[in-house]
Design a protein around this ligand. Structure first.
Ligand SMILES: [Ca+2]
Length: 133
């Protein structure tokens, strides 16, 4: 009797294992697609930093850091300083040279100096403590 039951149980277990494998393959594929569709924030920040550098070349390498637009040293999407927020208002989508230029006349950090003048002087347009001398 036991021998008659072992075969179907073993087949059922194998089928269940294969079913679990398929489920995990499906789950990881779905997670991969969701990750690709949502976009990697650090990749976006790297793109934004490169575009900023190309738009405003000639500064010291230390100037082109995440802190230009973010509150933290490591730029995260939700942690924007006033300058980053001003760009975000203009660009719910991808950053472009036109969008960077569009906020040059704004003073998002409220230090009395427009962002364009701050960038020209090498100060931080999102930090009120950083102003041209
Ligand atoms: Ca400033």
């Amino acid at each position: 009797m036991i021998m008659y039951l072992k075969a179907p149980i073993s087949a059922w277990k194998k089928r269940k294992e294969k079913s679990n494998e398929k489920f995990f393959v499906f789950l990881f594929t779905l997670m991969g697609w969701l990750f690709l569709l949502s976009g990697d924030p650090s990749e976006a920040t790297l793109y934004n930093n490169t575009l900023f550098k190309q738009t405003y070349p000639g500064k010291d390498a230390k100037y082109y850091t995440c802190i230009l637009c973010h509150t933290g040293k490591i730029g995260k999407k939700g942690e924007l300083n006033p300058y980053g927020k001003s760009l975000d208002l203009v660009l719910p989508e991808k950053l472009t040279v036109e969008k960077l230029k569009a906020v040059e006349s704004l003073d998002p950090d409220g230090d009395g100096v427009p962002s364009g003048k701050e960038i020209e002087a090498g100060t931080l347009p999102g930090d009120p403590a950083s102003v041209p001398k």
